[in-house]
Design a protein around this ligand. Structure first.
Ligand code: DI6
Ligand code: FE
Length: 406
């Protein structure tokens, strides 16, 4: 007879298994946990005999996979509220960037912050996500743009995860902007990234993937290619900020390198969508940036759906284009602005977000063998998770089978 560490009963369960009908739904379900993993999940009536060290009756609460925010820049110093005011008065994001503000203003603040200051200043943003049921967060570097500050950001990201008891997937985003000391010397900066910074990042083991900002105001497809080739040589998977402000061929570029994800995609044309589908690259949609920039070009949701591209959702939490520290709000925005269904929204922050991080086999659905990262909700139906704006409905969050104190 199996012995379990914890048995949860009396729950309604949205397993989010892709092969188990809408929401992967189980009424009157039970779920058992052993060694931090899901041991069994199904209707209570079909539960095999076993003994549990602890049993909890959830009295009708809903269980879903813990949420995953698969695209954030939440480690940085300072903020850009002043720039926000300028934009409200009519200045564009690109104009502010061209005048040395934008990303570079956060770079100045971040370079001046030591590791403790970065951790302390970013903890509240991560805590906001965790309070909403997020147990896995991707965090990018990209506000250092020199070797030491990039490494310091990645260290800060890792230590934040450890101190809040959640799991952090780190991404090196050295190709985010051209730093001032390389002004007019783009090729030199790319060579510096490829020859010096990327190898140091790979050797440090501090990054799980490599990202780049492919955009007219950032780096071209050609420039990104050299970086991606080196990343793959060093054994690091890639992902891309693609086609956010213009069609730069970003989706096709990401697909051609077998990227884990291509993110934003507002300006991606049909051929880009087809390339993502063929490569199995996850499309990560970021409605917080769409909202904040008052964008009007919608990402090609229907085409992505029609071609079977996996659709994930994330906050893009960053000080410039998406000061959003709420994954629940991202879900609601994706439903209202992008017309994603509530089920697609929940899949987008669980199963598909796990895929975007290369963690699809380990988490993102409730099934035996996966990590027991589970959210318990006081809701009547999981569609509510994409419906309310700003309502705290989380009852409990389990990370690797242990209830997180919030
Ligand atoms: N992600 C990014 O990296 C850029 N836009 C986006 O959605 C810019 C971030 C920033 O302005 O700091
Ligand atoms: Fe981003």
């Amino acid at each position: 007879m199996p012995t379990w560490d914890l048995l949860l009963t009396g729950a309604r369960i949205a397993t989010m298994r892709a092969d188990a009908g809408p929401w992967g739904l189980l009424e009157d379900g039970a779920l058992s946990i052993a060694g931090g993993r899901i041991a069994w999940v199904g209707p209570r009536a079909g539960m095999p005999p076993g003994t549990a060290a602890e049993t909890r009756d959830l009295a009708g609460a809903w269980l879903t996979p813990a949420l995953i925010d698969c695209h954030t820049h939440l480690v940085f110093a300072g903020n850009r509220a002043a720039e926000f005011e300028q934009r409200l008065k009519g200045a564009s994001y690109a104009e502010i960037a061209a005048a040395g503000g934008g990303i570079l203003s956060t770079v100045r603040a971040t370079r001046a912050a030591d590791r403790e200051a970065l951790v302390e200043g970013s903890a509240r943003r991560l805590a906001s996500l965790v309070r909403e049921g997020v147990a896995t967060v991707e965090i990018k570097s990209g506000y250092g743009l020199d070797r030491d500050t990039e490494l310091r950001m990645l260290e800060a990201a890792r230590s934040l995860g450890a101190s809040l008891g959640v799991s952090v997937s780190t991404t090196f985003l050295g190709a985010h902007a051209l730093p001032p000391e390389f002004a007019g010397r783009r090729d030199d900066y790319l060579r510096f990234l490829v020859d010096e910074v990327l190898p140091a990042v790979a050797a440090s083991g501090l990054a799980d993937s490599v990202d780049a900002y492919c955009e007219r105001i950032a780096f071209s497809a050609d420039e990104v290619s050299g970086l991606f080739e080196r990343a793959l040589e060093l054994g690091l998977p890639v992902r891309l900020h693609a086609d956010q402000l213009s069609d730069c061929g970003g989706a096709e570029l990401a697909a051609s390198y077998g990227a884990l994800s291509a993110d934003h995609l507002e300006y991606t044309p049909e051929r880009g969508v087809r390339a993502l589908a063929a490569a199995g690259t996850v499309a990560v949609l970021l409605p917080g940036a769409y909202l904040t920039l008052r964008e009007t070009q919608l990402p090609p949701v229907e085409a992505l759906r029609a071609h079977g591209v996996p659709l994930a959702l994330a906050t893009d939490c960053n000080p410039g284009t998406s000061p959003l520290c709420s994954i629940r709000t991202a879900m609601s925005l994706a439903a209202t602005l992008f017309r994603m269904t509530p089920e697609e929204c929940l899949a987008g922050v669980t199963r598909e977000a796990a895929k975007a991080l290369g963690l699809g086999a380990d988490r993102g659905t409730l099934e035996p063998g996966k990590r027991a990262d589970i959210a318990a909700w006081d809701i009547a139906h999981p569609a509510e998770l994409s419906y309310w704006l700003g309502l705290d409905q989380l009852r409990d969050l389990y990370v690797s089978g242990r209830r997180l104190e919030r």
